[in-house]
Ligand binder design. Structure first.
Ligand SMILES: C[S@@+](CC[C@H](N)C(=O)[O-])C[C@H]1O[C@@H](n2cnc3c(N)ncnc32)[C@H](O)[C@@H]1O
Length: 390
């Protein structure tokens, strides 16, 4: 039988949200695996949810008490079950009483309930309707229900609401797009405290010269500062994942440099195609030179705009044939320039690139050792000479 959820408990939002059937989940009122402290139980006054892993679900058939939320690893459903860690995350996030907190992937609600102790309001976006149901049941009939907004949807396809901070144990497979989605939101939030795969967290906070320094760190550093808060053992999750985790705080910069992000993204992609090669070697590659030459022509044509449409179309089609450079770009010797004139143009353009690198002192530098400031200076040197990356 379908039962309508009390509207005070769940305000479902927007295009992606859908009211769910509250009878779809079996929830039991005990923690099978969430290990709450007695203090936590007292404070939450809610009905906790337990769950089973796919294999346990089969084994548990005869145990009539076994509650059923089958956890799907494909959705990153590793539930954080250590109350000490849950509390520590909320403390370290610096949640204020007046805050609206965005939580991504509340799962069965362990972190959600902690957040509701500290914040004025929590907006939790969850893709799995069974989890929405579970969290709803835990707050149902408590004053917390009025301060919790559950949104069903894929966070990557959901318009983000306005929030003060984000605190979340996220599905690791969406870490990168999620971080950039958060960083592109307006108005700006104070910070995001995220549980990430340990290795990913280390890469995020890496500094130029560190062995893990990479394009991700540069791109994030452009827009935010990232700080490692603590490591969390895989044993603190159910089911136990293969990897350990880290909690990282990301704080958006108040005044990020005014760069075209799509151009920046392509520029760093090019610079990091071979992060340990010198920039001189990277930008001398035939494919790279050719790609930049075509982009420069396109840019030049766009500036003129009134010019020949035919020419513009040819350049656009050349570019699409070329495709985007990606991290696996290896084949650089397969581009044939058609005529002597083209060849001359190509050689001149290559010389121009090399001169920019030489005059800026970048020819022998490696991306793995450059700061955001140095990358910003390099892109501006290229732009000044009419070389663009978007
Ligand atoms: C690592 S679990 C975290 C659960 C809970 N917050 C905790 O700490 O125990 C990730 C949660 O994110 C949800 N999820 C996965 N992909 C999602 C997406 N694209 N949008 C929103 N939620 C998602 C999963 O269903 C799961 O409940």
């Amino acid at each position: 039988m379908r039962r309508v959820l009390p509207s005070l408990c769940i305000t479902l939002q927007s295009h992606s949200a859908r009211l769910i059937n509250s009878s779809a989940v079996t929830c039991k009122t005990h923690y099978a695996a969430t290990k709450p402290s007695s203090d936590f139980k007292k404070r939450s006054r809610s009905k906790p949810v337990s769950f089973t892993e796919p294999d346990d679900a089969k084994k548990g058939e005869e145990k009539e008490e076994a509650p059923r939320i089958e956890l799907h690893k494909s959705r990153g459903q590793h539930i954080l079950t250590n109350p000490r860690v849950l509390k520590s995350i909320v403390d370290k996030a610096g949640v204020r009483e007046t805050d609206t907190v965005l939580e991504i992937g509340p799962g069965t609600g362990n972190l959600t309930l902690e957040l509701l102790q500290a914040a004025r309001r929590v907006i939790a976006v969850e893709i799995d309707p069974r989890m929405i149901e579970a969290v709803h049941k835990r707050v149902q009939g408590t004053e917390m229900a009025q301060r919790l907004e559950l949104v069903r949807g894929d966070i990557l396809r959901t318009d983000l609401p306005s929030f003060d901070i984000c605190v979340a144990n996220i599905p690791y497979q969406i870490s990168s797009p999620l971080i950039f989605k958060l960083l592109s939101t307006m108005p700006k939030f104070r910070n995001a405290t995220l549980m990430l795969q340990k290795e990913f967290g280390r890469r995020l906070v890496a500094k130029p010269g560190d062995s893990l320094f990479n394009r991700l760190a540069v791109n994030v550093d452009l827009l935010a500062s990232a700080k490692l808060l603590m490591d969390v053992s895989k044993r603190d999750f159910t089911p136990c994942p293969k990897v350990d985790s880290s909690v990282v705080r990301i704080e958006p910069r108040a005044w990020p440099p005014p760069v075209d992000l799509s151009e920046w993204n392509r520029f760093t992609l090019m610079c990091f195609t071979r992060k340990n090669k010198t920039l001189g070697a990277i930008f001398r590659q035939k494919k790279t030179v050719f790609c930049l030459m075509k982009k420069a022509e396109l840019w030049h044509e766009k500036q003129k705009l009134k010019g020949s449409h035919d020419n513009l179309e040819k350049i656009v089609s050349d570019l699409s044939l070329l495709g985007e450079l990606d991290d696996d770009t290896t084949d650089t010797e397969d581009i044939d320039v058609e005529s002597d004139r083209d060849n001359e143009k190509f050689v001149c353009f290559k010389e121009k690139i090399v001169n920019i690198l030489k005059s800026g002192g970048y020819e022998d530098k490696r991306s793995s050792k450059l700061s955001v400031k140095e990358f910003l200076r390099l892109i501006s040197l290229f732009n000044k000479e009419g070389i663009h990356f978007s």
